[in-house]
Design a protein around this ligand. Structure first.
Ligand SMILES: [Zn+2]
Length: 183
């Protein structure tokens, strides 16, 4: 496990046990005015129960977060992550899926999704198909597909990974236990 992933997992252990580390947010906010150097990028779901700063017990300036329903990587999400890795020097990219994901459930349930929700469903559809529309199996499969898409569609991120300057990893968050388990 890379040092950065270990740092996130240590924070997650504190979150699970309720022993959150004390934070001096006004002081940290002042420190960060001159610039940011987030150690990790987290691509996760917009679900209100999956807040990465809480889950990993980190502070302001620690993680660069991209959130979309179903933790999908579209071109704007890819560009955001490229910016963090290339310009801010983040060395870990964690794709975090979660249990009981509404976007995954909707995809597995089938039927026609209204409006722009259809775009989300069509992104998750290959993972759902691979897992016979089983939602709990589709969640990790979707994370794997998103990681593959990142490698395929982002020359910047895959190049950094090949050079050993960026680690790309996946994890699944449990709503009930609060645990984030690496895939
Ligand atoms: Zn979700």
């Amino acid at each position: 496990m890379s040092g950065e992933l270990e740092k996130l997992m240590d924070g997650n252990k504190r979150f699970v046990s309720g022993k959150i580390s004390p934070k001096n947010l006004p002081a940290r906010r002042a420190e960060l005015v001159s610039g940011q150097k987030p150690f990790a990028i987290i691509l996760t779901c917009s679900d209100s129960r999956v807040s990465p700063e809480y889950i990993f017990d980190v502070s302001l300036g620690d993680i660069f977060v991209v959130r979309t329903a179903g933790n999908i990587a579209d071109s704007i999400a890819l560009g955001s992550m490229e910016y963090a890795a290339e310009h801010l020097g983040s060395t870990l990219l964690l794709v975090l899926g979660h249990e009981k994901c509404g976007a995954v459930n909707a995809t597995c349930a089938g039927g026609r999704a209204p409006g722009n929700i259809a775009a989300i469903v069509s992104e998750i559809a290959p993972a759902a198909k691979a897992k016979g529309n089983n939602p709990e199996q589709t969640v990790p499969e979707n994370v794997k597909c998103v990681i593959e898409k990142i490698r395929k569609k982002s020359a910047i991120l895959s190049h950094l990974e090949t050079e050993g300057k960026l680690k790309i990893a996946g994890a699944i968050y449990s709503l009930s236990s609060g645990e984030a388990k690496p895939l």
